[in-house]
Design a protein. Structure first.
Length: 190
């Protein structure tokens, strides 16, 4: 929006937003609002009813996103807060959903999607293992699937993933470290 001398017409804007969100279910509304705020670089509001004191601090606090000890240790190691996670993921009834896809090119976005789907599984099940079909479906949903170049892109993972298309992939320590940088960069708008 442009910044001019006239104050925004908040009720009018709220009415327009209401019209767009009204036909959606509550979970989808929350995802849309969190995604829009993330794109604007604003922190998502606390929709879980927890005060900020109870939210994951990345320094040992309990995280709403982390389901197990490995996930909590990874969050603590990288000082990742729930606020930073909310720029990339949506949490709904214990299910973590990827809502952002950083990267300038389809190749970069595809690699980042694979890394972030591994983080999704780490947060949700305490294991950063995921399947090829799930990663491809997410790439398609996020608009970065490039059919002619996907296999070539998959060969660019280097030491960030282990496994194969047939058996599934697991994020390695370098993959987890890069994913942490993505999440922290997304939270700061980098």
């Amino acid at each position: 929006m442009t910044k001019d001398a006239t104050p925004p017409k908040v009720p009018e804007i709220a009415g327009k937003i209401y019209e767009l969100l009204e036909p959606l279910d509550g979970s989808t509304r929350t995802k849309v609002l969190q995604g829009a705020l993330g794109m604007l670089g604003d922190p998502a509001p606390d929709v879980h009813g927890d005060s900020s004191a109870k939210r994951g601090s990345g320094t040992g606090g309990a995280s709403l996103f982390a389901s197990g000890a490995k996930a909590r240790a990874w969050l603590q190691k990288h000082s990742i807060t729930d606020e930073a996670l909310e720029h990339m993921f949506h949490l709904d009834n214990g299910q973590v959903d990827l809502i952002a896809n950083p990267g300038a090119t389809k190749r970069e976005q595809t690699i980042n999607t694979y890394l972030l789907v591994g983080v999704k599984h780490l947060l949700q099940s305490d294991d950063p293992k995921f399947s090829e079909p799930e990663a491809v479906a997410l790439c398609k949903r996020l608009g970065c699937f490039d059919r002619p170049n996907h296999a070539t892109t998959r060969n660019k993972f280097g030491n960030r993933l282990t496994g194969s298309k047939a058996t599934g992939y697991t994020l390695t320590v370098p993959g987890l470290d890069q994913a942490a940088m993505l999440i922290k960069g997304g939270a700061t708008g980098a």
